[in-house]
Design a protein around this ligand. Structure first.
Ligand code: NAG
Ligand code: NAG
Length: 210
């Protein structure tokens, strides 16, 4: 079947351009669990943009660490977080949720839910976690175990590898670049739509008037 088709196409001239679909924009959020600017970005920018353009255009992922530091001690690595020990607990809870959710949609909605009411994290977290299809007992045990410490230290290494180095939280990368930082923080949907249009020549459906 393939050969005659190829001959047919060859005889009727060039086939219409069949470019494979472009991969979605890889948006990584470097953030902290108890950070007001991180909350603003996730709740007011990222989640709405995601709901508009979806997985074909946007591939969000999360790195909860920010300005935390890890120090070696005799008892093993010890992490200090910008907003104190409560934030370290929050970051590790986020780490478990990020790794355990099976779909981008569940992950994004869970992180958004955890950020939305972080002042009352312990009261709201079980509902956020269950809404993402996860078991609260499992996730809360993970958050106080070495498993989440290891995941956090990996997030720390990724954050410390940023070039240029992270100076404010959140920091966003799009396809590995921090270019357009202010524009992304101010209006992610607009930035994503422009970038996608430039990359593919098409404006995503969700980019229309809001
Ligand atoms: C860890 O080291 C950083 C600086 O490298 C310091 O600011 C922080 O207080 C230290 N934390 C602990 C728990 O010693
Ligand atoms: C929230 O739960 C964690 C883990 O059980 C605990 O370490 C932390 O102190 C709690 N925070 C508050 C504000 O109760």
């Amino acid at each position: 079947m393939l050969l005659p088709l190829a001959i047919l196409l060859a005889t009727v001239g060039p086939a219409p351009a069949q470019t494979p679909p472009a991969p979605p924009l890889d948006v990584v959020v470097y953030y902290e669990a108890l950070c007001p600017d991180s909350r603003h970005f996730v709740v007011e920018q990222l989640a709405p943009a995601w709901r508009r353009v979806g997985a074909a255009v946007l591939a969000p992922s999360f790195v909860p660490w920010g300005k935390a530091t890890a120090n070696a001690t005799d008892a093993g690595p010890s992490v200090t977080c910008q907003h104190g020990p409560e934030e370290c607990w929050g970051n590790r809870l986020h780490a478990c949720v990020i790794y355990d959710t099976r779909t981008t949609d569940a992950r994004l909605e869970a992180v958004t839910c955890l950020m939305a009411d972080y002042e009352t994290l312990n009261a709201t977290a079980p509902g956020c976690v269950r809404a993402a299809g996860l078991d609260w007992e499992t996730v809360s045990r993970c958050a106080v175990s070495d498993v989440s410490l290891e995941k956090e230290l990996e997030f720390g290494r990724r954050t410390q590898a940023l070039q240029p180095p992270l100076t404010s939280v959140p920091t966003i990368t799009l396809d590995g670049s921090q270019d357009g930082q202010a524009a992304m923080l101010a209006d992610l949907l607009f930035y994503v739509c422009e970038t996608w249009a430039r990359k593919t020549g098409h404006t995503p459906e969700g980019c229309g008037p809001r």
